[in-house]
Write a new protein. Structure first.
Length: 119
């Protein structure tokens, strides 16, 4: 009787441990998938911000008096060129809840481009 009970208890413990490991692997896979999606969205938000940054530089080439203040709504997100502040343009790319921000400082015929955490 004790041998049968021990065998059943051992099998039950093995099943519980196996299920626990399986659930852990599923959770880790889910976390990895979410991190991958977050990284992809962040990269796309960066692409949106950079695209608007290049738009600013192209417009300045043709129209040196360009003042900004534009929004571009695209299929997957949007980018905003905030109104010019002196020689500085602030640009934001947004995709879902992911934001990337760029600041461009214009000096004569050169510029300084940097990604910033906040304006």
């Amino acid at each position: 009787m004790k041998k049968g009970f021990s065998a059943i208890l051992t099998i039950f413990l093995v099943i519980i441990l196996t299920l626990g490991l399986a659930l852990t692997f599923v959770k880790l896979g889910n976390i990895g998938l979410n991190l991958g999606v977050s990284l992809a969205n962040s990269i796309q938000a960066d692409f949106l911000a950079r695209s608007c940054g290049f738009e600013v530089l192209l417009k300045l080439k043709d129209f040196p008096e360009y003042q900004g203040g534009e929004n571009f709504n695209l299929d997957q997100g949007r980018c905003t060129i905030f109104p010019r502040e002196g020689n500085v343009f602030k640009i934001e790319g947004e995709l879902q809840k992911y934001f990337r921000k760029i600041k461009i400082e214009i000096e004569d015929s050169s510029f300084k481009w940097e990604e910033v955490a906040d304006f």
